[in-house]
Design a protein around this ligand. Sequence first.
Ligand SMILES: *Cc1c(COP(=O)(O)O)cnc(C)c1O
Length: 402
Amino acid sequence: MSIFSQFGVRTIINASGPVTRLSGAILSDAVRESMRQAGRDSVNMEELQAAASRRIAEVTGAGAGLVTAGASAALTLGTAAILCKNDVARMARLPDTTGFPNEFLIARDQRNGYDRAAALAGAKLVDVGHSDWLSGAGVRGVEPADYEQAISPATAGILYVLREGASPTLAELVPLARRHHLPILVDAAASLPPRSNLRDLASRGASLVTFSGGKAIGGPQNTGILCGERSLVQSAAVQMLDMDEHPTLWSPPEDFIDRKLFPAPPRQGIGRGFKVAKEQVIGLLVALEHFANGPSGEFVGEISRRLEAMARPLRAADIECRIVMPATNEKSPWLELILKDQDAFDVCRRLRAGEPPIFVGHGRLREGVLVVCLDAVRPDHDEAMTSRFLAELGGKRSSTRT
Ligand SMILES: *Cc1c(COP(=O)(O)O)cnc(C)c1O
């Protein structure tokens, strides 16, 4: 019996991957148990985040790190850090940025629904360049020169969304940013795997990097990581942590927050609403440890075997499906169900409404394709899911039913 049933909430099979609206990843036994234990004791949150910073620094190669309330909060806090550095008067004013540099340059084709998180801190996003090859109007993407032309005394930093095939690449942008002393905040929320991104980005010149803790890392759904240059992470930390401490008593861990830089403790910062509980910090750290050091091939191999087992009876019932193997062996394969005569939206609706409710990937419904991702599906749900597909997709078995 699920705890959710006590509150009248149905549990679902989430075949869409660890997406937020469907409650993210399934937590491993180790992560769940670590969170249970964390809830039994009290700690000083500055000491806990300082310890998290050391762990994140080890794993990422960055100077420091902070566990945030998701990558979106990390974007807001990273922006706030770049806007304020360690200037307490600026921190006290955010999101009002009148009178100091507040513009963040972003390639026009990188604009997305999450960039409001940067604007939330008070930054003004300035679109640069055009992608002519994306629009089919030419051969050039956004180029470093497009950024260069937009730099002014009002420029505070660069927001860069990491994506394979993006133009310019991070490597192409870094020399320009260095020349103009502009920090680069990299949104890598969805860029794991490959695991190499976890370690590489700081050394490749990103000043701050955000990762989602609740996606591939497999941590609690509302966690994220902000990592990068120590002084910037420090600025983000004091703008997030609860600052209701007596000035004469405030003594945060020195390697995390250098007390001498602050004439007085900052007031509650712009990130105060993004607080992270001790259970989440611990859960994220345990998940991160596993993600960084665990054998990734094993997970992918297991997913392949499960998909094969699901595809066999579907094929036998004449349901067209294919297993797609991504180019990298770090990403798990997925199953595509190809509909012939049925409306994909209708099938999706029925799958959601039935028992057990199934939420498949909905990115390709217009093509008549249902995408089944097992990253957030418990293995003991595979059979029930296969039966529902057989029943709903009009295979041999369902024709005996109707
Ligand atoms: C998911 C995502 C985010 C937000 O991450 P959360 O951890 O859910 O806050 C930000 N940017 C991109 C590109 C994402 O895919």
